[in-house]
Design a protein around this ligand. Structure first.
Ligand SMILES: [Zn+2]
Length: 196
């Protein structure tokens, strides 16, 4: 995660690799559309103040197959500024214990960046909440003022073999699947049954 100590060189180019040619992601994260939209909405108050925001996706990591499921968005108590955020250690610990009590694991961190800054800073690379293999770190551009319900303006970093890899568009969609959770086919209710 970003920290306030990160003022001088916060936008140094990340060590992450990007572009095509990266191997296909091994896991798939399933997230309901309303959870993605909820995450987006959490950042809007920080966007209005031109401050970075942070949230985490907790859920179930499936050990028997490669499908992980997001079940909750958690917004920690944190410091916010235009160039970074900082979650105090005690707040991270409190959050971890609360979620552990209900059996959920942190699957991804999400934070916002100023306009035009799409990728991790060097500090982000070193201070993510987790560096477990396949952990995800998402960056929303423009302090989160992005198109809702879509991965287009979201940069996805995945932890692979000890480093952060920026997923290209295809790999991003292979790694994160947005599940439509409001499927209403009525348009208009049927009024009378057809005669047989
Ligand atoms: Zn950052």
């Amino acid at each position: 995660m970003a920290g306030r100590r990160n003022s001088g060189s916060k936008w140094l180019k990340s060590q992450s690799k990007s572009g095509g040619g990266e191997p296909k992601p091994e896991r798939l994260l399933l997230i309901q559309r309303h959870v993605l939209d909820l995450t987006h909405s959490k950042f809007l108050s920080y966007w209005k103040r031109r401050q970075e925001g942070v949230a985490y996706w907790f859920g179930k990591k499936n050990v028997s197959d490669l499908y992980d499921v997001v079940l909750a968005v958690v917004v920690p108590k944190a410091y916010h500024s235009s160039g970074n955020y900082e979650v105090p250690v005690e707040e991270t610990t409190r959050m971890g214990h609360m979620m552990l009590d209900v059996g959920l694991t942190c699957l991804a961190q999400i934070h916002t960046h100023p306009p035009g800054v799409r990728q991790h800073s060097g500090y982000d690379d070193e201070h993510a909440i987790s560096t477990s293999e396949s952990f995800l770190s998402l960056v929303f551009q423009d302090y989160g003022n992005i198109r809702a319900g879509d991965l287009e303006d979201i940069t996805v970093h995945e932890r692979r073999s000890g480093q952060w890899v920026v997923l290209g568009d295809e790999a991003k969609r292979q790694r994160i699947m947005i599940v439509e959770d409001d499927v209403d086919l009525r348009v208009g209710d049927l009024e009378s049954r057809p005669r047989r």
